[in-house]
Design a protein around this ligand. Structure first.
Ligand SMILES: Cc1cc2nc3c(=O)[nH]c(=O)nc-3n(C[C@H](O)[C@H](O)[C@H](O)COP(=O)(O)OP(=O)(O)OC[C@H]3O[C@@H](n4cnc5c(N)ncnc54)[C@H](O)[C@@H]3O)c2cc1C
Length: 488
């Protein structure tokens, strides 16, 4: 008889684990509380506009390809991908922006214009970043279930041990003087959920992901990836259940035996939670939880976000697909996320307009927009605050890109801390899970396997390897391998 498993949540890690487990011969059921699958990467359509709700930067295409290859497929069997050029714009003020092209050679020219001699430094920096990417992403991450510190030890990492005890910020500042170039090179580690001064220099592999591998866009948006993974799962017999809220993990003699979904008992030999880790443990009696509230409150969470989904009744100018507004002090904003949590006094923000690449994601002659302001998790959230920041952001976009857009907004929806909690059971309303700082890396992160309840496992951005879509997909693979090797 097939072994069976119930998976809580349908984010990327759950979707990935479901496919791997079904391939290994398990009967797999995925239970998602919301009405659509995909977790933080859901998509919605309104008034002719299509919005990806979460991830938008398709980085590390090799990780997506490796997933598909494991099922004898490739991404292009499901969606087409376009390499963006420019990859993105970074705005530093009026008449002051840097466009990042799609190839390193061209990026060197951009750097040279900003700081003489910087292209030579950039090539050296990128050589190191590429090597770190090979070691970390291509090799280590797939072999690191976070069980033992020895997983981090290899000839390559021992040679680079110094990179773990200095940080990205120091490494960038040592090499580049120009403040614009510094911010551009410090930006990619924001994906790891931490500040560059608190992220080991080894993680500059994210700079290779950025400048070396490039920024890609699936034809119908990021949700193409979710749909592709579900298609693979269905072909392997995975059962997906939406509108299925899990309210309890049932245990007997410290072994997981099932879950309660919409007041119904579902028996299962294994339980895997891809829901936020903290929430998943609250589905157990207190004595069977591994991590206390004190533990969680001592951790560095990745930021939450204030998001706006906007529809415009015209095409916008002087913007590109991905836009970073770094026209205020990055250090102040970072401090107000991590050290002195409060609503940012002068927010940096990110805006994307996918209809500039995929015209069909907005009605003809219109544009869709997504705005993200990173904020500290757990902040007070209400309509007045959201509106205050909306006005600040729109005025800044209008001023910097020299056009009126406010009067052209025909659709608007906001999403913030309270929604992250109510929609995803997110701890403190975090958007991207648990930050990847030195002390929250690998075996120092919450574990994939419960140490208190047999047959209970966890996956996703709060466990290993960490935040982001590619790490979540890898997390699903790591936990599936661990489950395969555990007897019920
Ligand atoms: C706004 C935003 C922008 C981002 N941008 C990027 C980007 O550009 N590139 C990138 O790589 N990454 C990005 N990320 C990060 C990336 O989206 C996440 O790391 C990844 O999607 C997390 O996947 P996950 O598997 O951990 O689970 P999640 O996506 O968090 O899914 C967990 C699921 O569990 C469900 N659930 C919770 N409790 C229960 C319950 N009791 N019963 C049933 N179901 C439950 C939730 O509803 C949710 O669907 C972004 C995230 C956000 C929020």
């Amino acid at each position: 008889m097939k072994k069976n498993i119930a998976i809580i949540g349908s984010g990327f890690s759950s979707l990935s684990a479901a496919c791997y487990l079904a391939k290994k011969g398990f009967e797999v059921h995925v239970y998602e509380k919301n009405d659509t699958l995909g977790g933080r990467a859901r998509q919605f359509k309104e008034n002719g506009f299509t919005f990806d709700m979460g991830p938008s930067w398709y980085w590390m295409p090799d990780v997506f390809e490796r997933f598909f290859n494991d099922f004898d497929k490739k991404s292009t069997d499901f969606y087409s991908l376009k390499k963006l050029n420019p990859a993105y714009h970074v705005y530093f003020g009026e008449n002051n922006y840097v466009a990042i092209p799609d190839e390193l050679e061209k990026i060197c020219k951009v750097f040279e214009k900003e700081e003489k001699g910087s292209s030579v430094e950039l090539l050296k920096f990128m050589k190191m970043a590429k090597e770190n990417y090979r070691i970390a992403v291509t090799e280590m991450l797939y072999k690191m279930p976070g069980i033992s510190p020895f997983e981090l030890v290899s000839i390559d990492t021992v040679k680079r041990v110094g990179y773990f005890f200095t940080n990205i910020k120091k490494q960038v500042h040592k090499r580049f003087k120009n403040p614009k170039l510094r911010s551009i090179l410090e930006f990619p580690v924001l994906f790891l959920g931490a500040d560059s001064s608190n992220t080991p220099a080894f993680y500059n592999f994210m700079n290779y992901a950025d400048f070396g591998l490039g920024t890609w866009q699936p034809n119908n948006g990021f949700y193409d990836v979710v749909k592709a993974m579900i298609k693979i799962g269905k072909s392997l017999g995975v059962h997906y259940h939406n509108n299925s809220n899990v309210t309890q993990i049932i245990t007997k003699n410290n072994s997981a035996t099932g879950i309660i979904v919409n007041n119904k008992i579902i028996n299962s030999q294994y339980i895997l939670s891809g829901a936020d880790y903290n929430h998943a443990e609250t589905l157990l009696p207190e004595s069977q939880r591994q991590y206390s509230q004190k533990y969680w409150s001592s951790k560095t969470l990745a930021p939450s976000s204030l998001l706006f989904y906007l529809g415009f009744d015209k095409k916008l100018e002087n913007l590109t697909h991905h836009n970073l507004f770094f026209d205020t002090d990055i250090n102040l904003h970072t401090k107000e996320i991590y050290d002195d949590p409060k609503w940012p006094s002068k927010p940096l923000f990110y805006a994307n307009f996918t209809s500039m690449t995929n015209a069909h994601t907005a009605p003809e002659g219109c544009e869709n927009g997504f705005i993200l302001v990173p904020i500290a998790p757990g902040l007070e959230d209400n309509e007045d605050l959201r509106e205050k920041y909306f006005n600040i952001i729109i005025n800044r976009i209008e001023k910097i890109t020299k056009q009126k857009i406010k009067e052209n907004i025909i659709y608007k929806k906001s999403f913030c801390v309270n929604d992250f909690v109510s929609e995803y059971n997110s701890y403190q309303g975090n958007a991207y899970g648990l930050a990847n700082t030195l002390l929250q890396t690998s075996f120092l992160r919450p574990k994939l396997k419960s140490s208190k309840v047999k047959n209970l496992f966890f996956t996703g951005q709060l466990t290993v390897p960490g935040p982001g879509v590619p790490p979540s997909i890898i997390s699903g693979k790591l936990v599936a391998d661990l489950i395969e090797n555990t007897n019920p």
